[in-house]
Structures are given as C-alpha cells and as structure tokens.
Design a protein around this ligand. Sequence first.
Ligand code: ATP
Length: 365
Amino acid sequence: MARHKVAWLPGDGIGPEVLEAARMVLDASGFLSEYLAGDIGWRFWLKEGNPLPERTIELLRNTDCAFFGAVTSKPPTDAMRELPPRLRGKGIRYSSAIIRIRQQFELFTCLRPCKAFAGNPGNYRDGIDIAIFRENTEGMYSGAEWDRVPPEFYTVRGMERVAKGAAISLRAITRTASNRIAGAAFDYARKRGRGRVTAVHKANVLRTTDGLFLDEVRRVAGEYGEIGLDEMHIDNACLQLLRDPLQFDIILTTNLFGDILSDLCAGLVGGLGFAPSANIGRDYALFEPAHGSAPDIAGRDIANPVAAILSAAMMVDWLGEEGRAKRIEAAVAEVIGEGKVRTPDMGGKDGTSEMGRAVASKLGR
Ligand code: ATP
C-alpha cells in the first residue's frame, strides 16, 4: 500500500534521466509511494505558452510533496522568439516554472546540503559538511523588474540617483521572510546538533535590506543560545570558503547570494552532480537536484544522478521516514567510497543508470 503521494516532475534535459535513477533507489529502499506524473518545462512553453500549466499546480495541491528534475529557462527575449506564431500577440510572457512554484506554495526555505563523501575524487577537502539555508521567495528573485525605470518612480526620494533609462530590478527583503528562513536554519542546527550558523550578507552596501535581514537573524539567534552566530560579508565568504571550508557549518543567506554560494559549495564537494536540495514551506515541499537541465550532456546517460538520489533521501526524511533516508545516504556513501562506479564528472566512464543501479543494489540486500 502506497503511504505517500508524490508529484513526479521530470522536466527537461537531464531531469528525466536523473529522476529515473533516483526512482530505482527509492524503490530498492522499500519506500512506498504513489507517483503522479506532472507536465512542466520548456516543452510546455513551446506547446501551450506556459511552462507550468494550471493542471500541474492542481496536481501539486493534491499531493504530499513534489520531486522535480530540472527545467530549461531562457532569457525572456529568447523565450518569446521561440514561441510559436499562433501563441504570439496574446500577452503571454515567460516566467520561470520553478520560481513560480516556490512563490505560489510559499516554499520559503531552500536547503542545500554540500557534503564531501569520503573517496569522492572531486572533493576540494575531505570533511566538508555545509548546509546552506537560502531564502527562497524574495530578494533579487522577487520578479519585479522593469526594462526602463517607470517615470512615476522618479517622484520618490532617492530615485534621482538612478540614471534615466536604466533597467532596474527590485531587491525586496521582508522581516517575515527573513525571520522564517532564520528560524528554519536555527531549528535545523538544534535538531541535528550543529554548532554554528554563519549569516552571509552585504549590509555594508545594501544597508537597508541586508540590515533588516541581519536584524531578524540576530533576533532569532537570541532564542537559540547554544548555537553560535557568525556574520560574514558575501565577498569574504567566497574567499573563506576556498581558504578554509571546514570553518563553515550552516550558512544562512538571502536568495541570490544563496544561489551563488550553493554552486560554489557544490564545487567543493565534487560539483553539481553531488548537490541535492529541498524547497520547504509550512505544509508542502519540493525536492530537486540543485543543478539545472544541463543541455550540454542531456540524453547521453552521463549525468551524475547522485544529487537527485540525495534529494530523494531528503524527501523521504521530510515525509517522516528518517531511518530510510539515512540508509539511502549510506548507500550513496558506500558506492562513492568503493570507487568502483564513477560517472564522467568523477573521472569515470559509468553512466547515470549504472550509478543508480549501484546505489540501489546496496539497498536491495
Ligand atoms: P540553471 O540556471 O538552470 O541552474 P546552469 O546554467 O546553472 O542551469 P546546469 O544545467 O546546472 O547549468 O549545468 C552547469 C554545468 O554543470 C554544465 O556544464 C553541466 O553539464 C554540469 N552538470 C550539471 N548537472 C550535472 C550532473 N548531474 N552531472 C554532471 N554534470 C552536471
């Protein structure tokens, strides 16, 4: 009997391949779920002028959580150029499917663990184990952008500093969202017995927005006396991550900085093929590998599915099956430690499906 109901969203590029490998592992682990396939991605932009059809939103509403591969996103001008003529002139505008899901379902926490598994030839240093908490609904990803400053903006004090004719993006930071993401990071630290949270910001330049973010972080930190709080500028954090990544435990930051830092941290532990992620809200969550659709390697059975498999483990954990999640992670650790199966990003010749089978075989014993 299926215990859970998961929306299954393979998407574009390597999404379907890595999800198939993750599915092998989920099945071998004995995880019992119904998987309901959903339409998402570039194909649906080209077919319907909407990469996230309403029926997919409905599907998400009727499931416990979603498991997602990747979607191809292109700049708006390219997206409009590729839209079939029959769909033009109807006021259709491209917007990122995944950002819409994060905002619509208020999946405010983006958790991206970056762990150096022993034996991974891509490790920058052994022992790295950093969990990044990235605010997921606002900041530079608010979606408020103008290709020219609207004239009425110039009636607002301070706007005279902005050149006429500039394109602008709005960086919105709220107390509510800052408080929620800080709470999620400190809760995680407490539950997992982790000692330090490093808040990464640029409050010396982005005084008002990052000032507010830091203010909320400090307020939340006050409720978790046993957990230390460090504060670090984003530029210094990049330097420190390369100098001594072991000084970091949990990183807590805003949307864009978190996006960039999570790729940097993925690079420290073998690359994007090792970076899982979870987008978590109050009562819904979506799990996905942190990488994109990687069109350069799609359809060739060479993508590393470990990020997707670890994302599946995070999903199983979130659904309350911690023991099973730990076993999946241990199976990944065992395969990497043995070094017999390695995908091309690890310097090997094994394929996506081979890696999936290897991890699954450790669970099916
Ligand atoms: P997005 O903006 O959608 O996140 P991106 O431009 O950051 O996408 P990705 O699709 O994540 O790009 O790919 C970046 C690079 O990493 C590409 O060269 C890709 O081949 C490689 N890559 C991504 N995922 C994997 C994977 N699972 N295994 C091996 N290589 C990968």
